[in-house]
Design a protein around this ligand. Structure first.
Ligand code: AMP
Length: 566
């Protein structure tokens, strides 16, 4: 069986690990480095450069180099390298391809499978794009694992005998994640996770850059922020200064020729003390408090019940982090895991569990949480668009939950179950995941028939929704792969008539369009949406010239139209 590796695809750095003799081992590249800068670029001869070389190139030609691509994942934004634009998925794939290559060389085996970590706060689209980047790089992504879960897993393997509530505080380059896990008898269970995906080391660098640029303006009357070359220098120097201040009380920032004024070179020359740095970044640290509070509240744990705090991510090396946690939660964080390696090691442990290379008696059972509320669209006296929650956010998965609903219309014989994900009380403001119809409801007055809707969410991110009519036992269900990249791709189907298949399916489409004009159908929002969805899938199949999908969609559409006695 081919080896599965663990990859921590970080905002600023990327690491890979593998299980050897039951323990995670970090993997080095050809230059003997474990920590690979997450930078990708194109050099002046048009070749791809990745890692340390790309990071170095960024200083000289930022326009041909991309850093912190992870911040753009799932945003739909493109990244320019020279004159060419790239998707964040394509650039992440380049990074993963590089990892795949050096790991394959180091392990002397063609690596094709990986577990990749993502911030717990990543939404579905960001997770899907991460899977896509893996696939593009030729890696089968066996599992997406939350970074804090991975960190706790690497901690768990060393401390299996302990029973505790563990808080993982992960402040990386671009994201902050906080997760509460419970460990007992070697079972590691995620209670809740949250965070802020716009808070990380980079924001600390920016505070320092602002401050330094402000001082420079005061001294020389020159705006460094308007000069791209100076900004790159400033960024590099600010990060160096920040890192130095993690171990020193002060640091002398010196960039000899940062800009010219009237033909004369000017130097950036400033002494920065840790105290000054901490004052300027205090408000950033304080932004971690609210996510911590939410996670504690969601998991029903009091600060006093936390047994251990694990710090992960390069930015937790700043002394202010540990100090602030101690003040805020009244506990010293532990230094049991290496903040740079923990996530990759945890991903490798997860890989080892999937593969069976971690022996049973050593293995941890791991559970996770669903990061978003799941439910269906329901109708009540006030609205027909209420988000009725079946699985609340931050419930431990795998889980099965159900809810009983009453028929809402007189003599209603079918119900369309629309599944949504999200935190809004209005169903249609949330993310639509899929729908299906239960038929054969005995025709009775509204509220006389009951339908049991059951959601089962497994650890691989598969959601199964089942609805059964209590009086007859009749059932219908769908499976939604929460990692399925296709479900979200809504395309423009207006050009279906140009499809070579159009003729064959035109009758069904016309029939459905006629029914949709019927005012009775329009008055029933559930019915209308159900029909529109089926019609959309048929048109989409035509536009994409997919005969199998078209036949399947037509059958569903006709079933529904027949039921409406049209
Ligand atoms: P990560 O994404 O976990 O690799 O974290 C990277 C972030 O940690 C970057 O913003 C780095 O500047 C920051 N970082 C790394 N080492 C240190 C350090 N010694 N002190 C402060 N920040 C650091």
């Amino acid at each position: 069986m081919s080896t599965i590796i663990g990859i921590d695809l970080g905002t600023s750095t990327t690491e890979a690990a593998v299980i050897r003799e039951g323990k995670p081992v970090m993997i080095v590249n050809l230059d003997n480095e474990v920590i690979i800068p997450s930078a990708v670029g194109i050099d002046d001869r048009g070749n791809w450069v990745v890692g340390e070389r790309a990071r170095a190139q960024f200083l000289l030609s930022p326009e041909n180099t991309a850093i912190e691509v992870k911040r753009k994942i799932g945003t739909g934004e493109k990244i320019m390298l020279g004159k060419q634009s790239y998707t964040p998925v394509a650039l992440s794939a380049k990074l993963l391809e590089y990892v795949k290559t050096y790991v394959s060389e180091s392990l002397d085996e063609e690596i094709t499978r990986a577990v990749i970590s993502v911030p717990a706060y990543f939404d579905d689209i960001q997770r899907q794009e991460t899977v896509k980047a893996g696939m593009t790089a030729g890696l089968q992504v066996e599992r997406i694992i939350n970074e804090p879960t991975a960190a706790a897993l690497s901690y768990g393997l060393e401390h299996m005998e302990e029973e505790s509530h563990i808080l993982v505080y992960d402040l990386g380059g671009g994201t902050f994640d906080v997760t509460l896990l419970e460990m007992f008898d070697g079972v590691l269970e995620v209670k809740a996770s949250g965070g802020d995906n716009k808070l990380g080391g980079r924001d600390f660098d920016e505070k320092l850059m602002e401050w330094l640029a402000g001082r420079f303006m005061e001294k020389h009357g020159v705006e460094l922020r308007k000069n791209p070359y100076a900004m790159v220098k400033l960024k590099e120097e600010a990060e160096r200064c920040k890192k130095a201040l993690s171990t020193q009380d002060s640091y002398h920032v010196l960039v000899p020729m940062i800009v010219e004024k009237g033909g004369q070179p000017l130097a950036l020359d400033e002494l920065v003390t840790r105290k000054q740095f901490e004052e300027m970044t205090q408000e950033l640290i304080e932004r971690t408090h609210q996510p911590i509070d939410i996670v504690l509240a969601d998991s029903g744990i009091l600060p006093a019940e936390i047994d251990r705090i694990i710090l992960v991510g390069g930015s937790t090396r700043m002394p202010l982090v540990a100090e602030d946690i101690k003040n805020y939660l009244n506990m010293d964080p532990s230094k049991a895991v290496n903040p740079d390696y923990a996530v990759a090691q945890g991903a490798a442990i997860q890989a080892g569990i999937i593969q069976g290379s971690i022996r049973q008696e050593e293995s941890l059972v791991m559970t996770d949480v669903n990061p978003y509320t799941l439910g269906i669209r329901a109708r009540d006296a006030m609205t027909d668009d209420r988000m009725s929650v079946v699985i609340p956010r931050n419930v431990t998965i795998p889980t099965t939950r159900s809810h009983i609903y009453y028929t809402s219309g007189d003599y209603q014989t079918m119900a369309n179950i629309e599944v949504y994900q999200g935190e809004s009380a209005i169903a249609s403001s949330n993310h639509f995941l899929g729908d299906f119809v239960v038929h054969g409801i005995p025709a009775k007055k509204a509220g006389k028939e009951k339908i049991n809707v059951q959601f089962s969410y497994n650890v691989n991110g598969m959601l199964e929704v089942r609805a059964s009519i209590l009086s007859t036992g009749a059932e219908a269900s769908i499976e939604i792969n929460m990692m399925d990249e296709k479900k979200d791709e809504r395309i423009d189907v207006s050009g279906w008539k140009d499809s070579s298949l159009a003729k064959q399916f035109r009758t069904a489409i016309r029939r459905a369009e006629r029914v949709l004009k019927n005012t009775e159908v329009q008055a029933d929002h559930f019915l209308e949406t159900a029909l529109e969805e089926r019609l959309y899938f048929l048109k989409k199949a035509l536009v994409t010239e997919d005969l199998d999908a078209a036949e399947e969609a037509e059958e569903e559409l006709i079933d529904m139209l027949d039921m409406l006695n049209d």
